[in-house]
Each structure stands twice: as C-alpha cells, then as structure tokens.
Ligand binder design. Structure first.
Ligand code: TTP
Ligand code: MG
Length: 202
C-alpha cells in the first residue's frame, strides 16, 4: 500500500473468517505504536471470544482495546490529539460506524478497520458495502478452503456437523467450533434462494 496523502483516510481490511484480518490490524497498529503515534483501538463488546479489553488474533497476538456496544461511543474517547483509530470486527457495530469513520478521516485521523465482507450466507454483511465504498484503501484477504485448499472467500457455518440453513440468524459468535473457510465452489447454504432465477428463465 503506497500512501501519498498527508493525513486522514480510511483503510479497510476485509475477507472471510480465518483470513488473518485481526492479525493484519494488529500488525498495522504495532508499527504505529513503535513510532509513538496516538492510537485508540476499539472492538464491539459482543465478541468476547478471547478477552474483554484486548483484540486477540488466532496466533495469540494481542493489543489493548476498548469494548464498545454502539458506534457513537467512539466519539467519547477520541481527543483532538488522536492520530489513529483502529476498529476490529466493525461489522458488529451499527450503521453509524460508517459516518463516524468518514468524520474522523475528514478531521485528519487515520482510520484502520477490519470486518467481514460477507455473512455465513455469502451475502454482504450489513453496512460493510458502504464502508468499502468510502474507504481509500481496501485489503481483501482470503483464507484457505478446508475442503479443496484453494483460496477461500466465504465463511461456512457448521451446526451439529451440517451446513447451517439460510434462515439461521446472522449473528452467532464463534470460531472453529462453528465456522470454517470455504471457496465459492465448496461453500454450502441449504435453503439459499438462487440469485440467478432471472437467467434460469431465459
Ligand atoms: P472474524 O474476526 O472475522 O474471524 P476470524 O477471527 O476467524 O478472522 P480473522 O483471522 O480474519 O480475523 O470474526 C468473525 C466473528 O463473526 C465470529 O465471532 C463469528 C461471527 N460471525 C457471525 O456472527 N455471523 C456470520 O455470518 C459470520 C460469517 C461470522
Ligand atoms: Mg478476527
């Protein structure tokens, strides 16, 4: 990534689960910490898989963070001397997160966020498309498909050893217990309506 701007922009790290999004976020935060940048790291309180006040990657890298339940809480912590705001798993915040990222970037803050681009159904995750559209820089990571070992762009939800149904609720916190990475071909969503009904009729 080659950045020419002086300050204030949005960078999004996205992709399926097990792609290393959190690891990449922590790497970027760590680099800035070495340079003594003024950083605040947030994460949604809903995902307390590993720790309440730390962002933790699968390989156990960690960095201190503030848990928030609403995007607007970010503004309670940001000060005039804040240079960088990082948010892990931003897809779990509410839609205000998009405006807040835009506002911070306009004010000269470097905004680094990571989040899932798709839900387990393979559909865009909540407001993520809007965030991806306004970001200056997007890093789309892939995982490795557990079935065929090609690059995985989807997250497979598994319940009782079987692919989860399309009508299951979107939010289900978990890791290897209920999810795995899959490619387009190996991703299974029983009950998913065809998106190309229109073409089938031709
Ligand atoms: P992520 O941080 O995206 O997953 P990860 O830690 O495996 O990936 P990475 O290594 O790239 O950081 O966390 C995803 C969370 O979202 C996890 O708790 C499961 C949850 N989730 C849902 O609630 N609904 C869904 O449809 C999907 C796909 C995930
Ligand atoms: Mg993660």
């Amino acid at each position: 990534m080659y950045i020419t701007q002086k300050d204030g922009w949005i960078e999004v790290i996205t992709g399926p689960m097990f792609a290393g999004k959190t690891e990449e976020l922590i790497r970027r935060v760590r680099r800035l910490e070495y340079a003594n940048r003024n950083i605040i790291v947030f994460k949604p309180s809903i995902d307390n898989r590993y720790a309440d006040n730390e962002v933790v990657s699968h390989n156990n890298n960690r960095t201190r963070s503030i848990s928030i339940s609403k995007a607007s809480q970010i503004m309670d912590y940001v000060k005039t001397d804040t240079e960088v705001v990082a948010i892990d798993e931003i897809q779990f915040l509410d839609e205000d997160a998009v405006q807040i990222c835009e506002y911070l970037a306009d004010k000269g803050v470097r905004v680094i966020v990571s989040g899932l681009d798709r839900d387990f159904r393979g559909e865009p995750f909540s407001f993520m498309p809007n965030l991806l559209a306004i970001a200056e820089y997007v890093t789309k990571l892939s995982a490795i498909c557990v079935k065929c070992h090609t690059p995985a762009t989807r997250t497979q939800r598994i319940i009782d050893g079987k692919p989860a149904n399309y009508n299951d609720p979107i939010v289900l916190i978990g890791a290897k217990d209920s999810y795995e990475a899959r490619c387009r071909d190996c991703h299974e969503v029983p009950g998913k309506p065809h998106v190309y009904d229109l073409l089938d009729k031709k």
